[in-house]
Design a protein around this ligand. Sequence first.
Ligand code: SF4
Ligand code: SF4
Length: 371
Amino acid sequence: MEKIFQKFNRPGSLSSLRRVVQILFCVIVISIGIKFYLFVSQLEIGLMPDFERPPGVEAFLPISALVSLKHMLFTGKINGIHPSALVIFLIVCLTALVVKKGFCSWICPLSLFSDILAKWHAIVFKKKLKLPFWVDLLLRSIKYILAVFFIWNIYYKMPINSIEQFILSPYNQFADIKMLKFFTDISNTALIVILVLCFLSFSIPYFWCRYLCPYGAVIGVLSFLSIGKIKRNSSHCIDCGKCEKNCPGLIKIRQKETIHSSECTACMTCVKNCPEKQSIGFFVFWGKMRIGQPTMALILILIFFGGISLAKVSDNWQNKITKPEYLRYVIQKDMPWGQNGQIDPKKMEKMMEIMKNIQAQRAQRTQPFEK
Ligand code: SF4
Ligand code: SF4
């Protein structure tokens, strides 16, 4: 067993255990996306889906999660509109308290994409392109400004009755459908923004994660309290610099004994590349216990799926919006007449088709009772 893990942990190996875990979560996210797309597609032609909406889709509703957290702090209850958004947010926060920003480098699908772009960057440019210190520092503040903006507005500016109104508003209730439409009916502006971000993440590795991701900013701050940290033992270190050279967080590892930096994603690249195995490692319980990639993977998987199982058992996973409510929203959204009373013929045609499907489905449902 140990030999298999050693193979996974070869320096520079593309088959590292971290990559396996990243791909596993990426496949889960893609399958959730496909299932939700099919769910909404059925609603759009007037059919009531015969399967449940995948709750994991709420992982992409961080604002709803922040609002729900404030609601929970005031009422002691998890609201039923997007419970899994809050559950996933709490799970991610918990991972930050145990294994720093391990969520970023082991689970987040965007980090897998950023890793691939960073690899292409290394192939094209041979050497990492680094921004001057002050530019880097200024850009790094953007993600904190964005996080503070959301937290300030939700936790300071919104009274609890506005929080409740927001939770029950159609905007929040059907935010998952809006988010899906953002990608499936993408506007030219959004497409250009995404392409620019991809280009920036290729030119300056981890641009999105390092400078813009507010989720990363929140867990980065929490990670200061983490019981797990990278530790370097200067008595074994031969000062070869391989850890620093390969660190995606651009951390000056050789100047420290313990890495407290909020940029450390617990990716263990430094550990993998170090020729002196005793000189650097990831330690939990405030430096008392050294863990390797397999234990790190196990901790993250246990926290993630353990948290989700707990939410399922306590009925805080699937939301309380019924399928007829989803159907009503989707049909109303596509109403063929605008505010000035004009009728859009294309929408009207679609509406007629929807009505036909609804009638056919109703007829099918009542058949067994008519016999
Ligand atoms: S290489 Fe090491 S110090 Fe750098 S981000 Fe990864 S775990 Fe942290
Ligand atoms: S790679 Fe290992 S030996 Fe080399 S500088 Fe880093 S900690 Fe020291």
